[in-house]
Design a protein around this ligand. Sequence first.
Ligand code: GCO
Length: 495
Amino acid sequence: MVLLALPESSRQNGSTMTQKPVAMPIARRAVLAGSAMLPFLPRLSLADTAPASDRFIWGVSTSAAQIEGAVTEDGRSESIWDVYARQPGRVADGATPAVACDHYHRWEEDVALMQRLGIGAYRFSIAWPRVLPEGIGAQNDKGWDFYARLVDALLKADIRPMPCLYHWDLPQVLQEKGGWFNRDSAAWLTEYAQAAVRRLGDRVNHWFVLNEAAVHAVFGHGSGEHAPGVTGGDAGVLKALHHQNLAQGSALRAMRTERAGLTLGTVLSLQPVVPDSDRDEDRQAAIRWDAVWNRVTLDGLMRGALPEILAPQMADLVEGDDLAIIKAPVDILGMNYYSRFTVRAQPGWLFGIGWGKARTDRFTAYGWPVEPEGIGEVLRELKELYGNPPVLITENGAAYADVPTGDVSKGGGRIDDQDRIAFLRDHVRVMQKAIADGCNVKGYCAWSLLDNFEWQMGYRMRFGLVYVNFAGNRERTPKTSFDWFREVARSGVPA
Ligand code: GCO
């Protein structure tokens, strides 16, 4: 199948596609009702193991491949992103994650920054190739020691460590065995998850298993715009999705068995999907895309169900008690939110969809529409349709063209990022309104602590509260948004 190249802004449905807004979007609820075709379920009983005294938690997020660097040090093996980024034309400017923010060497400085920020939690990820260089089997003590030191420093600084096991950096050795197209991936991830709990479970209570399985499936295994760069079309997306779901369910169970009392979750990217017009084909496109992007992961995890419209395409993938394994009670649902999707029918790209025009005049430097109301829509949907599970916003943030004044090469200079502050403020306010309406949100993590390796965009897109001088020696300069967020973390008020 030939996949049409989408504009750089394709990931979150940018402004560059043509089609004028024609009609009112149909209600999100109507799209959903058509998509999952599932009856409304009674409240699910999801354990919230956090003590009642636990206050709303403010934090920041990062991921290993995007910040660590040191890709050949201390026994780490290659990840699919190391290999992918080396292939010509894959990543903007030929950038690679080889050094990134050099966090592997500067982690103490980064913990100090977080302490200064006054946050209560840090969601990072563990690099699978660093701790299990062969993917399975032999463990790398030096790799685990790095995370043990980091965790200890965080605890000392009174910052809750919340590692995520898999943020898209599969060991290349496992990719060579088929990666997420191989059903054995469930056993691989489970082995890794058990090892992680054995190594760090005495100190780390909060864990996330996967990051955004749908994004990894669509861009890594469908369109090939992310590592591992597989252009598997619709079938590739669904296969990678189903196997990640399966692996996640299996890992969650194994972690619970390994150690009682952990607070376990996983991270989903949830985005309301609105049709570009009220034409029937656009509505159908919205339903399809919602099923792929939101429902396969969410309905799988929470209900052990597949969206009905995808069931025929997934029939060959689903074996035996797969759906029972995939339905795994979580103590906390990690939710990333960046924008809505506006889609229209467009034969040629995945699932016959194309991007419509978002109904806003605000866009980030990435071209993603700024749609703060969407975060409230997703939270209300989780409340009304999924039993109001405890949710942690694990990512929310924006790339802007930060222009420093002064000398950032010495960690000085100034980046007055008022646009990022406005973005964060608007989203936090909508989230707080949803909480006031009864949505069960436990905390909010900004993406990201640092400017970092933004996947196929390399170092062009800066999402950090802290500026990183990639042109020099990776010196860090907190931006104005850093001070703003510190005040939010202190007062709880997004002024
Ligand atoms: C994602 C990832 C992050 C990104 C961030 C900005 O959501 O894609 O979790 O790694 O960097 O979202 O694109």
